[in-house]
Design a protein around this ligand. Sequence first.
Ligand code: UFG
Length: 347
Amino acid sequence: MKEKILVTGGTGYIGSHTTVELINNGFEVVIIDNLSNSREDVLEGIKKITGTKPEFAKFDLCDTDQVENFFKKHQDIKAIIHFAASKAVGESVEKPLLYYRNNLQSLANILEMMGKYHIPNIAFSSSCTVYGQPEKLPVTEQSPILPAESPYGNTKQICEEILRDTLHSNDELNAISLRYFNPVGAHESAVIGELPLGIPNNLIPFITQTAAGMRKELSVFGHDYNTPDGTAVRDYIHVVDLAKAHVVAVERMINERQKAHYEVFNLGTGNGFTVLEVIKAFESSTGVKLNYKIVDRRAGDIEQVWADTTFANEELGWKAELDIRTMMASAWKWQQYLLENKEKYFD
Ligand code: UFG
């Protein structure tokens, strides 16, 4: 019998890639998603890659009645991977209550059901945003948590605290928080990837849309940072590597290999790249020249951050394998797929 994993936000960017890896590793996946930032036909993409279309339930995890109904019918779930959340930093500043409600209420509802129906394991999507601008680089899991820069970042910090406190009150439960650095790229098949919603905020979708001629030019935010070329440094990680780490985390909990009920892991490559280095990697791996200009810093951006991945490498036995060129090439292939299917994806 296949073990059943609930993936919330499973039609989203990281959720869909993780669903693929779970199915490829012999798990049965059931997805909950309200489709607020994704499309139902992602399920067809998952089927194209794996041969299996996961079971899908469309509802909002803040809807307590629907959550209760769902869990009543799915008491055999072995672990939950909780991706579903609002994730736009800028929007969270404009609509803080929306973010606090969506991100905190959904986790509280899930944890309540885990207690009630004895579902023991949860992996949580956290973010390196909890470290702010670290004093010491690279950042380890013990690096200080700094006051959040945005309501979005604050929800990630509070959710980690909710998990810690809930586990403290119920020792049947296990959790792993995975702190992502900058997830980029797409599945090599290019049938799933990051879906654009309006003008992209993030670097890689902006690069691929500029290269595709959808945007006039890329703005590089800031050139006076204390970094090798003056532009900001991030730890970009291929979304497929990230997805694989979730499978490992789930197996660790199911097979009771955890060292503590609550664990936290950094998920990055351990390598930092400047914005200009990313642009160069894109140009050299795709052969496409990018039109860009250097402008002022973007408010709220930190200067540099990259992960110390020692703990994840040693404890999880997982390591990111795909390099920056592969990330860029796969993002570009996905962009081309989107363009070929323009009428479906762009208004
Ligand atoms: N950048 C540009 N031009 C752009 C977009 C981005 O120069 O058009 C730069 C940014 O200034 C930054 C880097 O590219 O230096 C990466 O920016 P992203 O917006 O892609 O990613 P961030 O590091 O700002 O944010 C990401 C996630 C957030 C998360 C945060 C944690 O998008 O959800 O990491 O640090 F909170």
